[in-house]
Each structure stands twice: as C-alpha cells, then as structure tokens.
Design a protein around this ligand. Structure first.
Ligand code: SF4
Length: 326
C-alpha cells in the first residue's frame, strides 16, 4: 500500500460548555470527536456515515484545521497540520478543500460566479488577469456550467447549479483532497445522482482523494471505496465497501443498513428493519463502557462496564469496536 494522503491519529475535538450559576461555574466538555484514527489513500474515497450529531462534520472540519483539535495528530502526506505554522498551513490548505452541504449559504450573494471561482486562484497566487479568467472558464465548463455563467450571481441558479459553482470554487485551488460535508443532502433527489456522477468523474480526471460525509448509506455505497461508521464521536466500524454492506459486524452498522431500501422487490420484501430504541445519548455524558450500549439490541453485561471495546482489526482491513467480535 502506498503512503496515505491523510492520516488521522487519536483525533479529539472537545467543546467546553459552561454550566451553573456565575459563582459556581463549572466547565463540562462535549466530546464531539473522541479518539478517531484512520487514513485515506491517494485517489481513494472514504465514506463517513452516522446519524446527525455524531461528529462527522466536526471530524471533516478538524482535518482541514477549520476546527482546532483538542488532541491528536492530522497528517497531510508528511506534514503534521495541528502544529503547523500559519504559512505552511496556508500552503497545505490550498491542497485541501471543502464542499459544504448548503450551496445557498456557502456562496456570497454579492459576488459573481466568475469572482467566486477566481477568488481561490487569487488568494493562493495561482493565476491572475486573463490567465485567471481563462482558467475559470475552463473549470466552469469542467463542472457542467457554461462560460456564459461567469457574470451571473448565485441567486440566478438552481440548487444543483449552485453546488456545481461550489465544486468549481473548490477545484480552482487545484486541490488533492476534498472533504464533501453532505454535499448532496440539500439537493433535489433528481439532481443528487448528477452531482455524485460529477464528483466521481472529477476524481478520475484530477486524481482527487475524498472524505465523503453523509447520513444516507445508499449514496455512500455508490461513491465510497471504504466506509467508516461513527457514533457519539467514535468509530464503530471501518471496512471496504463490499465487506461493510454485505457483512456488517457492528450492531449499529447492522441497524443503519437495515433501514436502507433494497432496489430488488423480492429482497426488499424480506428486509427486516432493526429499530433502535431510545435517542442518541448526550455527548456531554456519554455512557460508560460501549457508548452504544443504551441502544444496542445485542447488549451484554460487560458492555456496560469500562473499558470500552477496543477499535481493532478483526479481519484484514476490517476494523470494529464491539465485544461480540472479541
Ligand atoms: Fe452492543 Fe456490546 Fe457490541 Fe456495544 S460492545 S455494540 S453494546 S454488543
């Protein structure tokens, strides 16, 4: 295996919450991301899935250093980012871009598409003047927009077109790595497949590496090479796509997959849903032992006790955190 493009080691992002009366203030910690370790190979797409609030987006933001990690290391190739000085970080950031969920909120309504897409080229001193304009035209064409859109404003576009502008802006920085934070969740279902296909063809053309964050497992199945499942800030399972979808080992993954409709009507008729009881516990007070034990259909007495199950490789490339596979 080649050297990973991205390597995350024991990443933690804890947010302070102040509680109590002013003279009795105490600080508690929301453990949004709590000890993640994984890597992403060049040209690979890692899908990161889980219910909302499980820490997926915070993980993506912490990798790009848009969120300051509380602990742990993030490597981009050989460079450790959490301790990088600002100039070195700025250079690495050019190579790492983010596509946000909401194309309405992530575009400045007062800027034309030409200036939005040209801005990263100016910031990172990649091109200027006519060369910049030519490159913007080329990128607009690459993402399926017309060079005539150059002088238009975001409000003149549909949701799908706006997301293409967001993708064009990310490409303008000439990145190696893109974090897609639910990049199709806000789009009409009819448009979602087009944007997924676009992301796949751009990956082929430019050799991009993706962290694709989503709650929809059927979409991740189309795009991801490997899939990581998160719950309450921790990784529950990580495996290649085929192993994870055909032979999930963790009860939480099994429950998530049981909710995904199957296109084949015969198999769909036999699909058995696993309904999880209760709500996701607060990340302020995660359960001790296995953090999933309050909702796990297979819970055992040892699951309620520390230590929590270790996240470990149980088959080649297949990692899971569950006492059932001890
Ligand atoms: Fe369920 Fe126990 Fe496995 Fe946690 S360790 S997922 S509670 S069986």
């Amino acid at each position: 295996m080649s050297q990973p493009l991205i390597r995350v080691e024991n990443l933690k992002v804890h947010f302070p919450v102040r509680r109590g009366l002013p003279w009795q203030r105490r600080t508690e910690w929301v453990k949004a991301v709590d000890g993640l370790s994984f890597s992403i190979q060049p040209g690979e797409t890692l899908g990161l899935v889980g219910e909302s609030g499980c820490g997926k987006s915070t993980t993506g933001r912490a990798i790009l250093q848009l969120e300051q990690p509380t602990a742990g290391d993030v490597y981009f190739e050989d460079t450790e980012l959490t301790t990088s000085k600002s100039e070195s970080l700025r250079r690495q950031r050019q190579k790492m871009q983010m596509i946000f969920q909401d194309p309405y909120a992530s575009l400045n309504p007062r800027m034309t598409v030409g200036s939005i897409v040209g801005e990263p080229m100016a910031v990172h001193k990649l091109a200027q003047g006519q060369e910049k304009r030519d490159r913007v035209h080329h990128i607009l064409d690459t993402v399926g927009l017309s060079p005539q859109h150059y002088h238009r404003y975001p409000h003149e576009f549909s949701g799908g077109q706006r997301q293409r502008v967001v993708i064009a802006r990310a490409l303008a920085a000439d990145p190696d790595f893109i974090v897609g934070d639910e990049p199709i969740a806000a789009l009409d279902v009819s448009i979602q497949a087009q944007v997924v296909n676009l992301l796949q063809s751009l990956q082929q053309e430019f050799g991009l590496t993706y962290l694709f964050i989503a709650h929809d497992l059927s979409v991740v199945r189309h795009i991801a090479d490997r899939v990581a499942v998160m719950y309450l800030g921790k990784l529950m399972e990580l495996a290649d796509r085929v192993s994870l979808y055909e032979d999930p080992l963790h009860p939480y993954t099994q429950a998530l997959l049981s909710a995904v409709p199957i296109p084949d009507p015969k198999l769909e008729a036999k699909r058995e849903r696993i309904i999880l009881q209760g709500d996701v516990p607060s990340p302020l007070h995660p359960p001790k032992g296995c953090c999933f034990h309050t909702r796990c259909p297979a819970v055992m007495p040892e699951c309620r006790q520390d230590p929590e199950p270790a996240f470990r490789e149980v088959r080649p490339g297949h990692h899971v955190a569950c006492h059932l596979v001890d």
